[in-house]
Design a protein around this ligand. Sequence first.
Ligand SMILES: NC(=O)CC[C@H](N)C(=O)O
Length: 358
Amino acid sequence: MLKAKQAKLILENGTVFTGKSFGSEKSTAGEVVFYTAMTGYPESLTDPSYTGQILVSTYPMIGNYGVPHGHKENGIHKYYESNKLHISGLVISDYSFEFSHWNAEKSLSDWLKEYNVPGIFDIDTRALTKILRDKGSMLGKIEFEGEETDFYDPNKENLVARASCTEREVYGDGEKRVVLIDCGVKNNIIRCLLKRGTTVIRVPWNYDFSNEDYDGVFISNGPGDPAMCEETVQNVKKAIGGEKPVMGICLGNQLLARAAGADTYKLKFGHRSHNQPVILQGTDRCFITSQNHGFAVATETLPNDWEPLFTNANDNTNEGIKHKTKPFFSTQFHPEASSGPTDTEFLFDDFIDSIKKD
Ligand SMILES: NC(=O)CC[C@H](N)C(=O)O
């Protein structure tokens, strides 16, 4: 095994964990959150919704299947969820220096180095997760000796402006045209829309799309506090003043709710996993879903013409909303998966069917 430099994970409550470094040897700060998925680190690390966060993996062994190649298909990465790594740091128990997989191109450590992201291993991630569950997500930093850094709260910034594209871009040439508001979109949302024969018009988070020629609007996932994204809310308000179908995912759920007039709030430690159970409103049907969020819609603040669509079976938090009469709906979970279960991908069919009805 290579000789690894010592590094420390320091939480804002003063707790210190000492571990060993892999990836970049650079101190970093952010919000420390845990995720319980057992696979999918290439997808999670490239998910723009993790911007500003130091990720703790509760699954102990990470790195053993390396990192897939960065080839593109239809203008987007085939195996990554965006063009780069978005996390600020990675905290794990056991780093696997050896890796093996049919499409692995490099090690996780080399990939982190490429993007200047530090990793720390040999951490008791069970003890750490217990602290985060008990006290809630906290600010924290990974520090190297002689390189001190301040705590930093990413939720005070408009992270969406950092994660979104800056130019309008068009993918596919299908008959139905979907405006995709990119708040930090995961590639699999684009893949899921293209697979259903649409043209996807990807626009920046604050782009006024009223003059676009389109059949439906899609509001993407994205990082940070939805309250920081008021410009998008104003554009979505205009869209729901009309009749064209609207679908949203995760941050998209929160922004659609805010455009409808509802509130959002911060959860204690959020949901980040592949096995979150959600119940479809008015049924006993439970779906197992992939999730990554720290904020939620306050269901009781939904105006009268809106209703919950899904509810989390573990903690009863909101997992989706829908308009009572118009074709507008969104989910807090990720029906596009990647990584995670694909059980709810049918929701993309529902969205496309509602567009085709016109
Ligand atoms: N994946 C997402 O879109 C996350 C939404 C939002 N940033 C949250 O943490 O709740």
